[in-house]
Every structure is written in structure tokens, then in C-alpha cells.
Ligand binder design. Structure first.
Ligand code: SF4
Length: 478
């Protein structure tokens, strides 16, 4: 089972553009966190160049992935933990449900985990009669509202505090308030009961460490620590790529991740778990299970053009600077990964054809790469998706999409670009012809077919009366 859903990009994007509350929330998150992350990289003692070090550490781990995962599994097993390698979402869900059934689990508390969103674990738990409760505040709000996260790190970013106030009054039975502190207190007291009642805690994993045999979780609320240590059983699910070789790699990567995610020097809580509680430990679960999920990642790993996306540490920084995400929000990208990372990853997981609007919708401005704490070249991969779709690619199970007209047009363009005289003649003709087109505030409002689709949703800057070279030559002659 995989819960990747894409396909309604255009409709959802259009609706989002008209949603004033969402527009305000998005501009607020981009104005605050987007800018602050770049400042936070500048403040690193090693400077922003540490992002390239992080990139190399992640790429190196991918090259040694089989060895590192085996080392991790051996270490966890030696401490009495259980490790399961899940080929896909179905296998992961089956294992979770079997473990829950063996332990007669009725209630689960969850730490925030995108990988459980990817496989649809909450729905599967509910279908099995098990009540999952999200314990991250944003996720808790979204779960009460019956919605899905719209941002990797800030899942309820699209909700105003008035909306949260009404939701809590309705679902938690408290008097209406829009005071964030009072709302947080209400969530905390509702969640505390869940922590006490839960038989099982399910978490994701930010990065595991092969050397020590631990999974690591980062949070600012302390909820994950409670989810891993209070219930009798802790089950962690990690995407198979989320591992480093050495503990010292975490010192680099977590500082980068925290800056990218929330412009923090370091997340408030960093927890390591790698087995059940030992005989001399007062906290911790009686059982520890680690599910290592493939679900299409081996295929991506084998593809040199897209392997780099597996370096992603899911910090959400690329969302916070993306001009497209900043207007259309997370839901347009489908589920669960949004923004530039979603535009690369979702089509890889769900299919190139299905996800084409996502990668064609991005601007290729490069802001995502600059914001990424591990310097992932997202624009390169967005272009690579486009090339594969147009040229066809057996690896992506996709036939060539370029139509005869498009090919002729591009061949014509390539000829023009090679012959300056021809190019200038075409430019001068077009510059003359555009005078007949309707304009507003200097911009062209409508183009004739076959170019009319371009002006359906945007105005066009008219061509300059002369090319750059013509201008330069004129200046030289003066
Ligand atoms: S691609 Fe980079 S910036 Fe985007 S979520 Fe992944 S690590 Fe963060």
C-alpha cells in the first residue's frame, strides 16, 4: 500500500490562490522561516559551506547503504530489538498490525512521521480497530480536523488560530479561545491522557546511526520522547535511506537540519532509541521494533540521475522559499510530500505521468537548492523529470510525449539560435507583430493560438524592440 496521491494539482492550486487565509499564512511562513534559515546558515561557525559537507555525508551513506543498514540491524537485534525490512507499504503495515495484535494494542500514540503518511498507516490502524493519536501539536490539530498535513514540518500552517479555537471547542469540549497558550494547554491535557492509555508508540526516524545502532528523533515539543518511552511497545518506521555511518555525522547533519527546518541552532529534543529498556533502566519500552521501509527507494537509489533526492532530511526548508509553494500551498502537490521536494519525489514514487504537473509547475528559480541544508540540486532533477517525460524513458515506464508540432517548433528554435541573422530577422518580425496584441500596463494580455495557453494564467513581458546585441552594436557605433 502506498498513500501517494497526486493528480488534482491545477484545481487545488487555483482554489488555494483564491483562499485569502491561506495566502496570508503562506506569506507569513515564507517571510519568517524562509529568510531566517538563510541567516542561520551564515551563523554556522563553519559557514554555509557546511551544507556541502552534509551533502557528501549523505551521498556517501547512500553508496554504502546495504552495509550500513545491516550494521544497524545487527546492533538493534543484539540489544533485544526486532528489525523488519519491508519491501513496500503493505508489508510495513502488515508488520505493524501483527505486532499490535500480538500485544493486544488498542491505542497508539504517534510521533510526527512523514513515512507513516506515505504508507497510510493511520487509516490501516483505524480499520483494524486501533485508535492512533498524533501527538505533535500541528499533527494533532490536523487529525482532529480530519485533514492532512500541508507542510512537512508545520502540518497545520494553513489554519488560523480562530479556526483552531473553533475546532478545539467542538472536538475537545473546551470554551472557545483563540489564545495560543490556552489552546496549547488544552491539547497538552488531552494528549496526556492518551500517553497514559497507549499500549504502543509509533515514530519515524530523522536519521539512524549504523555505528551505534540507534534511530534518532528530533522534536521541539517532547512528545516523541513520551511516545517512545511511555507505552509498552515502541515501533519506529524509517525510510531505508535515513541513516548515517558515524555518530559524528549527526553533529553536522542535525545542526543543518535544525537550521533548515526552523532556523534553530539545534532542535530542543534529540532522542536516541535502539532497543527495549535494559534491566537497570527505569524508562523505556518492553519491546522495540524497527521497520526499515523500501517502498520504491531501491529503484531511486539505482538511478544515478535521481539518487540525490534520497539525501533529503525532510526539513521543509525548500517549501519555505519556493515561490510556487508560497502561492499554492501544500495540498496542490498531493500527498504527503509538498513543495520542490514533493515535485521531485512524488512523481518518482507514484509515476512520472501522474506527477507531471508538479514538476512542470515549479519555476526552476533555484531558491530551493540555496535553502536546502544538504545542498540537494532540486532544479536539476525537476528538469530531468521534464526531459524524461518529453523524450520517454523505459526506467520511468514512460513513452515519449513530445508531439510533432513541438518537435518542429524546437528544431526551428534551435536553427534560429544558431544563425544570428535569422534570429534577428525573426525577432524584428515578432517585435513588430506584437504591436497588434492587447496590452494592459505594458504587458501582453492575450496571445493568438497556438501560444494562447501561455496567456491564460499570466501576462507576458513584450519583446524588446531590439536584441541585446543590436543594442550593444548601436552603443559601440556612437
Ligand atoms: S530537499 Fe532539502 S530543503 Fe527540501 S525537505 Fe529535503 S532536505 Fe529539506
Amino acid at each position: 500500500m502506498t498513500n501517494i496521491e497526486i493528480g488534482a494539482y491545477r484545481d487545488v492550486a487555483l482554489k488555494s490562490l483564491q483562499n485569502q487565509t491561506l495566502q496570508q499564512a503562506l506569506s507569513c511562513v515564507q517571510g519568517r522561516i524562509g529568510k531566517a534559515a538563510s541567516y542561520a546558515y551564515q551563523q554556522l561557525p563553519e559557514g554555509p559551506g557546511l551544507r556541502q559537507v552534509g551533502h557528501e555525508l549523505r551521498m556517501q551513506a547512500l553508496l554504502e547503504l546495504d552495509v550500513l543498514l545491516q550494521e544497524l540491524a545487527d546492533q538493534v537485534r543484539s540489544r533485544g530489538g526486532k528489525v523488519f525490512f519491508a519491501a513496500d507499504g503493505d508489508a510495513a503495515i502488515r508488520y505493524c498490525l501483527e505486532t499490535a495484535a500480538k500485544n493486544r494494542v488498542k491505542q497508539v500514540v504517534k510521533g510526527k512521521s512523514m513515512v507513516t503518511e506515505e504508507i497510510g498507516l493511520n487509516e490501516a490502524l483505524l480499520n483494524a480497530g486501533i485508535e492512533p493519536t498524533e501527538t505533535d501539536l500541528g499533527e494533532f490539530i490536523i487529525q482532529l480536523a480530519g485533514e492532512r498535513p500541508s507542510h512537512i514540518i508545520a502540518p497545520a500552517i494553513h489554519k488560523t488560530r480562530q479556526e483552531v479555537g473553533r475546532l478545539f471547542a467542538d472536538k475537545l469540549g473546551i470554551p472557545y479561545t483563540e489564545d495560543p497558550a490556552a489552546l496549547t494547554r488544552a491539547a497538552r491535557s488531552a494528549l496526556r491522557e492518551k500517553f497514559f492509555a497507549a499500549d504502543m508508540g509509533i515514530t519515524g526516524c530523522n536519521l539512524a546511526c549504523a555505528e551505534t545502532g540507534h534511530i534518532t528523533t528530533l522534536s521541539n515539543e517532547g512528545n516523541i520522547r513520551m511516545s517512545t518511552s511511555m507505552p509498552r511497545v515502541h515501533l519506529a518506521i524509517m525510510g531505508m535511506e535515513r541513516i548515517t555511518a558515524k555518530l559524528e555525522d549527526h553533529a553536522v547533519l542535525f545542526r543543518l537540519l535544525s537550521r533548515g527546518a526552523a532556523a534553530q541552532s539545534l532542535a530542543t529534543y534529540i532522542s536516541y532509541a535502539g532497543g527495549p529498556a535494559g534491566p537497570d533502566e527505569i524508562d523505556g519500552p518492553e519491546e522495540f521494533h524497527l521497520v526499515i521501509l523500501d517502498n520504491g527507494r531501491s529503484r531511486i537509489l539505482a538511478d544515478p540521475e535521481f539518487r540525490e533526492i534520497l539525501c533529503c532530511v525532510r526539513c521543509g526548508a525548500c517549501l519555505n522559499v519556493c515561490p510556487v509553494y508560497g502561492k499554492i500551498g501544500g495540498y496542490a502537490y498531493g500527498h504527503p510530500y509538498a513543495g520542490p521536494v514533493g515535485a521531485v519525489l512524488n512523481p518518482l514514487l507514484a509515476g512520472l505521468e501522474k506527477g507531471k504537473d508538479l514538476f512542470f509547475g515549479e519555476t526552476l528559480c533555484g531558491a530551493c537548492r540555496d535553502a536546502c541544508p544538504v545542498d540537494i540540486d532540486l532544479p536539476r532533477m525537476l528538469l530531468a523529470h521534464r526531459a524524461r517525460l518529453i523524450e520517454g524513458d523505459a526506467r520511468a515506464n514512460c513513452r515519449a510525449k513530445a508531439g510533432a508540432m513541438e518537435k518542429i517548433a524546437l528544431q526551428g528554435w534551435s536553427k534560429l539560435a544558431e544563425h544570428r541573422k535569422l534570429y534577428e530577422a525573426a525577432h524584428n518580425t515578432a517585435a513588430l507583430g506584437q504591436r497588434a496584441l492587447p496590452r494592459k500596463t505594458g504587458l501582453i494580455r492575450r496571445m493568438p493560438p497556438p501560444f494562447s495557453a501561455w496567456t491564460k494564467g499570466r501576462d507576458l513581458q513584450p519583446l524588446a524592440p531590439r536584441t541585446f546585441l543590436q543594442d550593444l552594436q548601436k552603443k559601440d557605433r556612437r
